[in-house]
Design a protein around this ligand. Structure first.
Ligand code: CP
Length: 306
């Protein structure tokens, strides 16, 4: 069964069968990652261009590793070292690259909708690696994989996304994906960081973290975007940390087995304490490992359906 689309631009409206196929296929690739030789020939002869117009550590390395493990040929381009700095448009950049006979493009861009636009001007398969505050579908897929691996299912699992919901592409993709898979999703944070009508997406809203944790199986903790602090969304980081920081004391008070996730990069001591990030509740590094398998799955399913 192929995926229902030849691109992965977001999880808004994605059929649950597509998510299930990606997660199930990722399970096979997770096994490949445990082998002494972590490589399969599935995408031999395919060329994948990784276009990163914004900084990235995890997503960029994870995609490149996934491509290499599938025997594809990755080509990396960052905006700082390209003709984008000379004023070249996204359309011209993409169409020039495409003339060099590439098969797939993975793109991170600061503009919401950039991946969708790219999919309309190139013939290659497009994978969105994060577009502004819009979507980050492979992050949400690896989050869902990690929850399913830990708890055995996504159906009826209570997942609370904590932090800067308003500016988070990770939050939006998680909400779309988790709701499609039958999970119960809530969000928690200060009023300034939660969009006014987010409940229309079928999520519960909490402004008190202890109250949110009383019913949660999973906390997905988001990074406080320090680069936005000049916009006065928060009084001070110290107050944010007191009200919304995930600490061992809070987890103990919740009196239920909550697992803690974070897409990274983390601000230790702000949204999550170092003890929690490195402790027994944390799945943060497991998310990173699973990310390679999930991205292999997406690349494989799109790259072999042509
Ligand atoms: N989670 C995530 O997108 O991290 P990077 O910005 O390092 O890719």
């Amino acid at each position: 069964m192929p995926l229902s689309s030849r691109h992965l631009l977001g999880l808004d409206g994605i059929p649950s069968d597509d998510i299930k196929l990606i997660l199930d296929t990722a399970t096979s690739f997770r096994e490949v990652l445990e082998r002494p030789i972590k490589k399969v020939p599935s995408l031999q002869g395919k060329t994948v261009v990784n276009l990163f117009f914004e900084n990235s550590t995890r997503t960029r390395i994870s995609f490149e590793l996934a491509e290499r493990r599938l025997s594809a040929d990755p080509v990396n381009m960052s905006a700082d070292a390209s003709s984008v700095r000379k004023g070249e448009t996204l359309k011209d950049t993409a169409r020039n690259i495409e003339m060099m006979k590439i098969d797939m493009v993975v793109m991170r861009h600061a503009a919401a909708g950039a991946a969708h636009y790219l999919s309309q001007v190139v013939r290659a398969n497009v994978i969105n690696a994060g577009d502004g505050a819009h979507e980050h579908p492979t992050q949400a897929l690896l989050d869902m994989y990690t929850i399913r691996e830990k708890l055995g299912t996504l159906q009826d699992v209570n997942i609370c996304i904590v932090g800067d919901i308003a500016h988070s592409r990770v939050a939006l993709s998680n909400i779309y994906g988790l709701r499609a898979m039958g999970a119960k999703v809530s969000v928690c944070g200060p009023r300034t960081l939660i969009p006014a009508e987010i409940d229309r997406l079928g999520v519960r809203v909490h402004y008190d973290l202890d109250e949110a944790m009383a019913g949660a199986d999973v906390l997905n903790v988001l990074r406080i975007q320090l680069e936005r602090q000049d916009r006065c969304f928060l009084p001070t980081l110290r107050e944010y940390s007191q009200a919304y920081g995930v600490t061992p004391e809070r987890l103990a008070r919740a009196k239920r087995p909550i697992v803690v996730m974070h897409p990274g990069p983390i601000n230790r001591g702000v949204e999550i304490s170092a003890d929690v990030a490195d402790g027994e509740h944390s799945l943060i590094l497991q998310q990173v490992l699973n990310g390679v398998a999930v991205r292999m799955s997406v690349l494989y399913l799109l790259g072999t359906a042509n």
